[in-house]
Design a protein around this ligand. Sequence first.
Ligand code: ADP
Length: 220
Amino acid sequence: MIIAKNIQKTYNNSKVLKGINLQINKAEIVAIVGPSGAGKTTLLQILSTLEKPDRIEGSELTIGQQSPLALKDKKISKFRNNHIGFVFQFHQLLPEFTAIENVCIPAYIGNQNKTSTQKKALELLSFLGVAEKANHKPNQLSGGEQQRVAVARALINQPDIVFADEPSGNLDSESAQNLHDFFFKLRDQYKQTFVIVTHNERLANMADRKLHMKDGILVD
Ligand code: ADP
């Protein structure tokens, strides 16, 4: 699903990523763990095309069948909208829109049909146990519900892969466990692939694979 070779990133003359090689397979849940400042978020942003790595010979990123590093900015945005889902620590739902409207937005951006999008959004909200909150605004939802709506939004365009950065970092332990359980259900039922940066040990230990980062490299 993803192949990354010799990914490096320099900020202000400081090498934050020092040559990352990894492969993520379909229907795999991979956790990235490590101390603060190790480069986890930077790696996630590069793998998800939000950031560009240093231009280095032998550097490579393949997602699905495509090589996003070769795309121009406009095409990268389109690629991202069609192929990649995001879940952040803070849900980042738009406050003036209802839950279902938030879920539909990435599909509307991709010019998808309105009726079928709304049907799919409701199915996803239902799968995630928040269908009855479809017409509520984000501030009328609990933190756990907001994150589940954010997961539905990440899934609406059937992405190849979902990237999550501390998705349960802002949740109480019960809501966190509940959210994590949905990641595994989505993997089992829809073969959804996830790459998750997390400090949550339970989630990291449940993952199919745990990648440890330290000082800009992956360590065993
Ligand atoms: P982690 O997610 O493991 O805590 P990050 O990837 O956020 O680590 O950060 C790794 C290092 O890169 C840190 O020293 C951080 O200060 C630096 N860094 C991250 N993003 C930027 C940026 N946009 N500009 C400059 N330095 C950055």
